[in-house]
Ligand binder design. Structure first.
Ligand code: BGC
Ligand code: BGC
Length: 751
C-alpha cells in the first residue's frame, strides 16, 4: 500500500455527522485499519475513489478520496460526488488499492505540500455492507467547515454493523437484571458478545479522536479527556452535554453497554472552569491529615460526577524519589506509609460509601509501578530525563517501598489501576509480568488495569508485538490517544492468530464490565446534573482553604509569624503573589497548567489584602521596584512570593531546580522591618544561598485556588502544622538523595 504520509498519527472520526480535523492523515494505515476491521485484505476489496473538486471561484481544490469494499458499484461514489455539490469535479479516477500516487499528483499540480499547506480530514461511515472511509485533503487556508464533508459521510449513511445480525438481547437477559450480582451480570453479558464488541470494550479513546457516532460504530468501552480536554463550552452543562453525548452513542449499540468516561481530576476537577482547585498531593502529604484528604476526595467526586464523569485517573501512589522528576508534586511525598494512608483516604472519599451512587467516582491507583523511582537520564521519551524512565530492578525497593500503597489501595477497593510508562529494570511496565503476577495474583486486585496514554505503543517498535505482549501481560483496557481502530484491528488479528487467547480477552472484558455493573452505570448512565451546585461551592472552597492552611510548611520563623498586630505596612513582591495559574500548578485548565487568572480563584495578594487589618497598607510590586511617589515607603513586613512556572510530566524534569526571584527580598533590605519568603512550587527548589536573607520562610506548594488559607496561617487564624513530605536538598549535587538536606523530611515549625 502506498502511504502518502507515514509518520504522523491520524485522527479518525468515525462519524457520519462529524469529522475531526487532522494534520496529516496517514493514508496507508487508515486503509489497513478499515479493511482489517472487516477482515478482508486490502488487495481484495479496496477500491479507491478519488477526485479533485474545484470550487467555482478558482481557489485551490479539495482532494477527496474514499475507500470502499469492491463490488459495491458506483452508487456510493455518485452519492459522495453529489454531496460535494456546488464544486466541480475536475479530475477523478478510480483504481484498486493505494492512493498515495494520486495525492502526490494533487500536491504537485496545486503547488502545495502536506503538513504545511494541506490539512486533512478523515471520517468513517460504517454500513452493513462494509466500512467507508472518506478523506479530504484541504489547502490549509480553506475553512474545513466550508467543505461539505459531513454531507458526504451522511450520504453514505451509518446503518449499523456486522453485529446487527446477532440481534438485540432479550428483555429478560440476566445482565439487564439489576438484582443480579455484578459478576453474574458480567458473565452473562460476555457470553453474548462478538469479538469485535469485546475489543471495543477494551478500548478507551481520547475524546478529540472520536465522536458519539464513533463510540457507537465501534462499540467502544470508554472515552477520556486528556489534560486540558475540556469541551468548547467549558461549563458544567457543556461537560455534561459532551459526556452524555458519548453515552448516548454507547447506549445505542446492540448491547447498550454504557461507556466509562475518565478524566484527570488530580487536584479537583482541574480542567473545568470554575471548579474548586485543591492543593496538589505533595501539599496534602505535608498536611498528612487522612480525614482532610478523604473529604477532598469526596468533594472532587461531587464536582466531577456533576459533569457526568464517574472515573478519575487519581490518585498517584508513586513514592517520591529524585525530586528533579516533573511529577514529584503529584505524589504524597517520599514516605511510603504516608502515601499509603493518604492514597487510601483519597480513594475512600472519591468512591464514597456506595459505588452505585451517582455521586461516586471510581478511583485509579497509578502508575503501577516504579514511577518516582526512575533514574535521571534514563528516559527515552521525547527530551524527558527521568519521567517514563527506568527504575532499578530492586526487590527490596519494590517490596518495602512501592508495593505497600498498592496493597492498601486495593484493600480500600480501588476500582482500576493504571500502568506506569516507566520500566522496571529492562522491561517496560506495560509489558511486564508484574501486572499479572504481582498486581492481579499476589495482591489479588480484582478490578481492571488500564494502560497509560499510548503506553502500549512503547513496548515494542512492532505494534502488533507491542499489543500482544501488553495484553498478555495483563492490561485490560488500552488508553488510545488517537486511533482506536488500529488497536482493535491489531488485537483482533492477534486473537484470530492465537497470539492472545480468548480467555485473556474474556478476562479483560469481564473485569471492565464488572466495574461498570458495580458502578450502577447500566441503571444510571447519564450525568446527575443535580450535583452542579457543588462545583466551586462555598463549602468546597472552605475545604480547600483548610487544606491550604494545613499544608503550608513553616521552615524558618524569626519572629515573623503570626503577623503581629503592630504590622501596619506590608510590601508584597514577586510575580507569583498575583498569579492563580502559578499557585494552581500543572493539570489546571490545560495539561501543563499556565500562568494567569483562573475563574473563581483568589491570588495570594488578594487574600492578604482581604485578611490584613483595615488600617494596614498592603503595597504590591511585581519586581520589587516602587514608583517614585513610594520611594520612601518603609514596610513593617516584606513578603516575597516566588514560584515555579507550571509544568506536567516529563516537561517538568529539571536538572537545576532553580527559580527566579529568590533575591528580591535581599535587594529590599533597608526598607523592610522584617522579611518572609513564600515559595509556590511543586517541589523543593535550591534556596540555600538566600536563606539568610529571610527572617521567615514558608513552603506553600502549588496549593490551588484558595489563597485565603495561606493568609489564615500567616495571620495566626490557624496554626502552622505541616511537615515536609520530602527532604529539602541543600545543593543540586546532593540529588538524587540528600545525605545532608537543608531541611529533612518531617521538618516543620509550629507557630
Ligand atoms: C499520564 C497519566 C494520565 C493520562 C491521561 C498520561 O500521560 O501519565 O497520568 O492519567 O495521561 O491524561
Ligand atoms: C494530553 C495528556 C497526556 C499527554 C501525554 C497530552 O497531550 O493532554 O493528557 O497525559 O499528552 O503525553
Amino acid at each position: 500500500m502506498v502511504a502518502a504520509c507515514t509518520d504522523t498519527p491520524v485522527t479518525v472520526s468515525t462519524s457520519s455527522t462529524m469529522a475531526t480535523t487532522t494534520t496529516v492523515p496517514e493514508m496507508g494505515r487508515l486503509v489497513d485499519h478499515v479493511t482489517g476491521l472487516d477482515g478482508i485484505a486490502p488487495e481484495e476489496w479496496i477500491q479507491t475513489e478519488y477526485g479533485v473538486y474545484r470550487p467555482g471561484d478558482g481557489s485551490p481544490g479539495v482532494f477527496v478520496t474514499w475507500f470502499l469494499p469492491s463490488a459495491i458499484g458506483d452508487e456510493p461514489v455518485a452519492r459522495v460526488s453529489e454531496a460535494f455539490g456546488d464544486v466541480t469535479l475536475t479530475a477523478a479516477g478510480r483504481h484498486d488499492g493505494g492512493m498515495g500516487f494520486d495525492l502526490y499528483e494533487f500536491e504537485a499540480s496545486q503547488g502545495l505540500s502536506w503538513g504545511t499547506d494541506l490539512v486533512g480530514r478523515a471520517g468513517v461511515a460504517v454500513r452493513d455492507d462494509g466500512a467507508y472511509v472518506v478523506v479530504a485533503a484541504l489547502p490549509g487556508d480553506v475553512d474545513p467547515s466550508d467543505v461539505p464533508f459531513e454531507a458526504a459521510l451522511d450520504a453514505l449513511g451509518t446503518v449499523g454493523s456486522a453485529e446487527a445480525a446477532l440481534g438485540e438481547p432479550p428483555d429478560d437477559a440476566l445482565f439487564l437484571d439489576a438484582e443480579a450480582s455484578p459478576a453474574e451480570r458480567a458473565a452473562d453479558l460476555v457470553s453474548r458478545m462478538s469479538l469485535r464488541e469485546k475489543l471495543g470494550q477494551m478500548t478507551l479513546i481520547e475524546k478529540e479522536s472520536v465522536d458519539p457516532a464513533g463510540v457507537h460504530a465501534f462499540a467502544l468501552g470508554g472515552v477520556l479527556s486528556g489534560g486540558g480536554g475540556s469541551p468548547d463550552d467549558n461549563t458544567p452543562s457543556g461537560w455534561a452535554d459532551m459526556v452524555d453525548g458519548y453515552q448516548i452513542g454507547a447506549l445505542a449499540t446492540r448491547l447498550g453497554i454504557p461507556a466509562l468516561y475518565g478524566v484527570d481530576a488530580v487536584h479537583g476537577h482541574g480542567n473545568l472552569d470554575g471548579a474548586t482547585l485543591f492543593p496538589h498531593n505533595i501539599a496534602l502529604g505535608a498536611a498528612n491529615d487522612p480525614d482532610l484528604v478523604r473529604r477532598i476526595g469526596r468533594a472532587t467526586a461531587l464536582e466531577t460526577a456533576a459533569t457526568g464523569i464517574r472515573w478519575n485517573f487519581a490518585p498517584v501512589l508513586a513514592v517520591s524519589g529524585d525530586i528533579r522528576w516533573g511529577r514529584t508534586y503529584e505524589t504524597f511525598g517520599s514516605d511510603p506509609e504516608i502515601v499509603a494512608t493518604l492514597g487510601t483516604a483519597y480513594i475512600e472519599g472519591l468512591q464514597g460509601g456506595d459505588l452505585t451512587s451517582t455521586d461516586s467516582v471510581m478511583a485509579t491507583a497509578k502508575h503501577f509501578i516504579g514511577d518516582g523511582s526512575t533514574e535521571w537520564g534514563s528516559s527515552t521519551t521525547a527530551d524527558y530525563e527521568i519521567d517514563q524512565g527506568v527504575a532499578p530492578d530492586d526487590d527490596a525497593l519494590l517490596r518495602d517501598v512501592l508495593v505497600p500503597p498498592y496493597r492498601e489501595a486495593i484493600a480500600a477497593g480501588a476500582g482500576s489501576v493504571m500502568v506506569s510508562f516507566s520500566s522496571w529494570g529492562d522491561t517496560k511496565m506495560h509489558g511486564s509480568d508484574l501486572i499479572t503476577d504481582l498486581l492481579k495474583d499476589e495482591l489479588d486486585f480484582g478490578g481492571f488495569v488500564v494502560s497509560d496514554w499510548g503506553g502500549i505503543d512503547q513496548v515494542d517498535t512492532d505494534y502488533r508485538e507491542a499489543v500482544v505482549t501488553s495484553i498478555n501481560a495483563g492490561i485490560d483496557m488500552n488508553m488510545v490517544p488517537y486511533d482506536p481502530v488500529r488497536f482493535m484491528w491489531t488485537l483482533g488479528e492477534a486473537v484470530e492468530a492465537g497470539e492472545v487467547g480468548i480467555d485473556r480477552i474474556d478476562d479483560a472484558v469481564t473485569r471492565i464490565l464488572t466495574a461498570k455493573f458495580e458502578m450502577g452505570l447500566f441503571e444510571q448512565p447519564m450525568a446527575d446534573r443535580s450535583l452542579a451546585p457543588t462545583i466551586g461551592s462555598v463549602e468546597h472552597r472552605e475545604l480547600a482553604r483548610e487544606a491550604v492552611a494545613k499544608s503550608a510548611v513553616l521552615l524558618k520563623n524569626e519572629g515573623v509569624f503570626p503577623i503581629a498586630d503592630d504590622v501596619r505596612t506590608v510590601l508584597v513582591v514577586g510575580e507569583a503573589a498575583d498569579d492563580p495559574g502559578v499557585q494552581a500548578g500543572g493539570w489546571t485548565i490545560t495539561w501543563q497548567g499556565r500562568s494567569g487568572g483562573i475563574t473563581g480563584a483568589t491570588s495570594i495578594l488578594e487574600a492578604l489584602e482581604a485578611r490584613a487589618p483595615a488600617d494596614t497598607a498592603v503595597v504590591y510590586s511585581r519586581i520589587g521596584r516602587l514608583p517614585a511617589d513610594l520611594e520612601d515607603f518603609h514596610a513593617d513586613l516584606c513578603i516575597g512570593v516566588v514560584g515555579e512556572q507550571p509544568y506536567a510530566e516529563g516537561l517538568g524534569d529539571d536538572a537545576a531546580l532553580e527559580v527566579t526571584g529568590l533575591g528580591l527580598l535581599g535587594n529590599l533590605d533597608d526598607r523592610c522591618g522584617s522579611t518572609a519568603m513564600v515559595l509556590v512550587t511543586g517541589r523543593p527548589v535550591i534556596i540555600t544561598d538566600y536563606l539568610d536573607d529571610w527572617d521567615a520562610l514558608i513552603a506553600a506548594w502549588w496549593f490551588g485556588s484558595e489563597s485565603s488559607g495561606l493568609a489564615d496561617v500567616m495571620y495566626g487564624e490557624m496554626p502552622f502544622t505541616a511537615r515536609l513530605p520530602v527532604d529539602w536538598p541543600r545543593t543540586i549535587e546532593d540529588l538524587p538523595t540528600s545525605t545532608d538536606p537543608l531541611f529533612p523530611r518531617g521538618f516543620g515549625l509550629g507557630s
